[in-house]
Design a protein around this ligand. Sequence first.
Ligand code: S3P
Length: 170
Amino acid sequence: MKVVLVGYMASGKSSVGRSLAKQMDMEFLDLDEYIEAHEKKTIEAIFADKGEIYFRKLEHQLLGQVLDEKHNMVLSTGGGTPCYGKNMDTILEKSDNSVYLQLPIAVLADRISKEKETRPLVKNLSDDELPKFIGKHLFERRQFYANAKHTIDCAHKSLEEVVTEIKKLL
Ligand code: S3P
C-alpha cells in the first residue's frame, strides 16, 4: 500500500508520516529528505545555488520515481509538491491513499515562525508578514491539496489523534 501525505509547510506531514509508517510497519519516506540525499545538499542550498525552478523539476522527477519504485510506504511530500505540473494527478494515480492535513492559518503561522530558517520561501518574512503570506499562498494551493482522497482537519488534535484518524481511513 502507498499512502501520500500532502499539506502546507509545518502541517505535520513528516511527523505524522513517520509515526503512521512505524505503526503500520511500512517504510517511511520524506520527499524533501530524498531530494537532499539525491543532491547531497540541503533544500535551502538547492534553492540558493540552483533556484526554485531547478528544485521543482527535481521534485517532480523524484516524486514519480519513488511512487514507481516503492510499494509499501508512507510518503510525506513538500508543501509545494502537489501544486506544480501534474504532480497531484500523479499522486492520485500512483497511490492508494492520499491525505490532506489541514490546519488554520494562525496555527501554521505560529509553527512556521519558529522554524523559518530551513524554509527558503518564508525565511525572509517577518512574523507579522506570515499570516497574510500564508493566507494568499493557501488560497492558491488549497485547490490542489483538496484533491487528495481524504482531508483531515488537524486543528486541536495531537499527532497521535491524527495518526489514529488516518489509520481508520486506510
Ligand atoms: C516548500 C515546502 C518545503 C520544501 C521547500 C518548498 C513549499 O517542504 O519542499 O522548502 O513550496 O511549500 P515542507 O512542507 O516539508 O516544509
